[in-house]
Design a protein around this ligand. Structure first.
Ligand code: PBG
Ligand code: ZN
Length: 322
């Protein structure tokens, strides 16, 4: 008889045949940076997550360092928003200042800068708006300006999350022309128009004032189209492609990992985090077990890099297991 259970009898053998493992070297921790002073605002829908002003952010960065998480993904929350998202590409903008601060105080951290307009526009859309339409080509120029400004501030990785067509090519060209030939691009390639982003929109104040994002973010029903998005971004010069959200889209992660040899990142988004946290706080699930199981599933599907609000906890749990 074929006895599958032989491989499961002893922990030594189970450890030996385990196909997928988590490494803290592959984790990215998102941080919200708010313009202003003395800010440590809890995000109600995301227990354990805060908005930080730069004068207090070292407290959070010390935790990142202590956990051994190597990378942060920054989201800026400006005081001033306008129609064209000016603060996104101002050299003295809150995100640019945060990057300069981190590079000075925590030089070993890999700094990834999210590039989008929605946190900076008064209408909350990811691109310029004209008569209710989100403009594509006119937006590219601003995304490129933001990218160069963030690279100049010291960002190691530029992560465009706007879902405009042609942006990776446009940003790559602008970075190269400005001399940032080694600045990486991690493209939010297959980003779906998802209900799982709502806690993030509370945290980043980026809910669209009218309509929704369905004319630029992907239809959750489309898996084949997601692969075209990944292929396009690779052709345009992306170094790393990203699938977002993670859990409901692991089939897309798997398909992308079979379709390309480029590194794949997944974004374990705010709503995924909040659901786990809420259930854990109620005592309905074992948080550690569920989080490790979820993240392992992402890697099993083919993800290399995991962006997650659980990163510091996970790194701590992994260290305990060592
Ligand atoms: C902005 C952006 C969003 C997220 C990352 N970048 C929100 C959105 O598109 O509405 C979502 C992250 C999360 O939910 O954790 N373009
Ligand atoms: Zn956006």
């Amino acid at each position: 008889m074929v006895r599958m259970r032989r491989l499961r009898m002893k922990e030594t053998v189970r450890n030996m045949v385990r196909e997928t493992t988590l490494r803290k070297e592959e984790l990215v921790y998102p941080i919200f940076v708010a313009e202003g002073e003395q800010i440590k605002n809890p995000v109600d829908s995301m227990p354990g997550i805060f908005q930080w002003s730069i004068d207090r952010i070292d407290e959070e960065l010390e935790r990142v360092r202590a956990a051994g998480v190597p990378a942060v993904l920054l989201f800026g929350i400006p005081k001033h928003k306008d129609e064209v998202g000016s603060e996104a590409y101002r050299d003295e903008g809150v995100t640019q200042q945060a990057i300069r601060h981190i590079k000075k105080t925590f030089p070993e951290l890999l700094v990834i800068a999210d590039v989008c307009l929605c946190e900076y526009t008064s209408h909350g859309h990811c691109g310029l708006v004209h008569e209710g339409e989100i403009l594509n080509d006119e937006t590219l120029e601003l995304l490129a300006k933001a990218s160069v400004s963030l690279a100049k501030a010291g960002a190691d990785v530029i992560a465009p999350s706007d879902m405009m067509d042609g942006r990776v090519e446009y940003i790559r060209k602008a970075l190269d022309e400005a001399g940032f030939i080694n600045t990486l691009i991690m493209a939010y390639s297959a980003k779906f128009a998802s209900g799982y982003y709502s806690p993030f929109r509370d945290a980043a104040h980026s809910t669209p004032a009218f309509g929704d994002r369905r004319t630029y973010q992907m239809d959750p029903a489309n898996g084949r189209e997601a692969i075209r998005e990944c292929e396009n971004d690779i052709a345009e010069g992306a170094d790393i492609i990203m699938i977002k959200p993670a859990l409901a889209y692991l089939d897309v992660v798997k398909a992308a990992s079979l379709a390309t040899n480029y590194p794949i990142a997944v974004y374990n988004v705010s709503g995924e985090y909040s659901m786990v946290k809420a259930a854990a706080q109620n005592g309905w699930i074992d948080e550690r077990r569920i989080v490790l199981e979820n993240l392992t599933a992402m890697k099993r599907a083919g993800a290399k890099i995991i962006i997650t609000y659980h990163a510091l906890d996970v790194a701590g749990w992994l260290s305990q297991e060592e």
